[in-house]
Design a protein around this ligand. Structure first.
Ligand SMILES: *[C@@H]1O[C@H](CO)[C@@H](O)[C@H](O)[C@H]1NC(C)=O
Ligand SMILES: *[C@@H]1O[C@H](CO)[C@@H](O)[C@H](O)[C@H]1NC(C)=O
Length: 383
């Protein structure tokens, strides 16, 4: 009974958020038309979250091969004002968020500031569809075509654009840190042999690859009933999350309860369908068009091609950290990924398990500096 009530509640919730998604679309439209200066840096991450705390920050833009104009922020110095003496680090946020993920806590508690204060040249990525990366060479977010993507494109276009841009700009190979979907983007790209030649190492927080064991009721429910697909046919192409996120993320142990105004960013409904396909089939594959003919057109084969995690080069330095309370990056799924990586060079793979952490603790817990970020910096120093 409780389950039924919960399920109904979830359904209503998803319908409400879907409706909100529509509203956001209009809102975006108004914002875009009333404010023709694209990418309005005055209200951007640098001006609102970094410079206000006395740090230097630069706004950058890169255009992907499929035309999306994406923003990056850079912190070239720490609070001392001294120029970075360590390599660049590229930080890639997860689903429903943006670069602010790495900056919401105090400078002593947020990975972005901590890296800058420790001498790293810090770069923050914002994927397509988020409010600071909503440009395109020919489409705008009101166009259905703008939202015609899933994480295949985030891994295949956005990530390579960010990495190539930072590499071009700094002339240096970089470290990477990704959270949640930012880990899937990296793992998928790595398994295709992409971007590795420009990276020194990668830290993966709450790795998402296999998704069969997911325990998040809301997510599993949406996947099982294929709600995302319904949204798609209702022509709601942009999905805006707003709701009790702990139902999805797990019970985060250590968030600062006085910080509540963290923005949620929309994503493409197609991206959610793709994730729900992973949950239902247990496979890490490209987006399934659900029709052999259409898959043939896109991939030259009737089934979507698989991403094979066992092909990730064994000598590439990887740091994986995951939590016992995380309902999205489930312990069993992470162990499945670790099994794929069983032949990885033992001294090139660091694994850090944190029993009491859930999905958001890894980016927002008040003790993540000691628990997670110090070990990541130790890992960077030797790679
Ligand atoms: C990087 O530099 C190469 C060579 O100059 C150029 O072709 C490419 O467009 C640049 N890419 C990015 C993302 O800046
Ligand atoms: C929580 O956030 C508030 C407001 O930013 C801050 O003053 C406080 O020190 C934080 N608490 C902890 C435990 O970090």
């Amino acid at each position: 009974m409780a389950n039924t009530v919960f399920t109904l509640f979830s359904l209503v919730l998803i319908c409400i958020t879907a409706t909100q998604g529509r509203k956001t679309l209009h809102l975006n439209h108004e914002l875009l038309t009333s404010n023709p200066v694209f990418g309005d840096d005055v209200h951007g991450i640098c001006k609102t979250m970094v410079e206000t705390l006395g740090y230097t920050c630069e706004e950058h833009k890169v255009t992907t091969k499929d035309g999306y104009i994406l923003s990056l922020q850079r912190m070239p110095t720490g609070r001392s004002g001294q120029k970075a003496d360590k390599p660049p680090v590229l930080l890639q946020h997860g689903i429903f968020s943006d670069a602010s993920t790495w900056l919401v806590n105090s400078p002593d508690e947020s990975l972005g500031f901590i890296l800058a204060d420790n001498g790293y040249d810090v770069w923050f990525a914002n994927v397509r569809g988020t409010k600071y990366s909503n440009g395109h060479t020919s489409l705008n977010p009101n166009d259905q075509g703008y939202w015609d993507w899933s994480w295949d494109e985030l891994a295949g276009y956005d990530l390579p654009a960010f990495v190539q841009y930072v590499y071009n700009y700094t002339g240096q190979k970089m470290h990477y840190a990704g959270h949640s979907l930012g880990t899937l983007m990296a793992l998928a790209a790595f398994s295709q042999g992409q971007v590795l030649n420009m990276l020194r190492s990668a830290a993966l927080l709450c790795p998402i690859a296999h998704m069969n064991q997911i325990t998040s009721l809301l997510t599993k429910f949406a996947a099982d009933t294929f709600i995302a697909n319904d949204l798609y046919w209702l022509r709601i192409h942009e999905f805006n999350p707003n709701g009790p996120m702990t139902l999805v993320t797990g019970p985060n142990c250590c968030l600062n309860s006085s910080i509540t105004d963290v923005s949620s960013e929309p994503t493409a409904t197609k991206n959610l369908i793709h994730l729900s396909q992973m949950i239902r089939t247990g496979k890490i594959a490209k987006y399934d068009y659900g029709d052999e003919g259409e898959n043939m057109q896109h991939y030259g084969q009737p089934d979507p091609p698989l991403y094979d995690m066992t092909t990730i080069p064994k000598e590439f330095p990887l740091f994986l950290t995951y939590g016992g309370q995380d309902m999205l990056s489930d312990v069993k799924d992470v162990q499945h990924l670790l099994n794929d990586l069983q032949d990885h060079n033992a001294n090139k793979l660091v694994v850090l398990f944190k029993e009491d952490y859930a999905h958001l603790d890894f980016v927002r817990a008040v003790n993540a500096n000691q628990m997670i970020y110090d070990p990541i910096m130790s890992f960077y120093r030797v790679n």
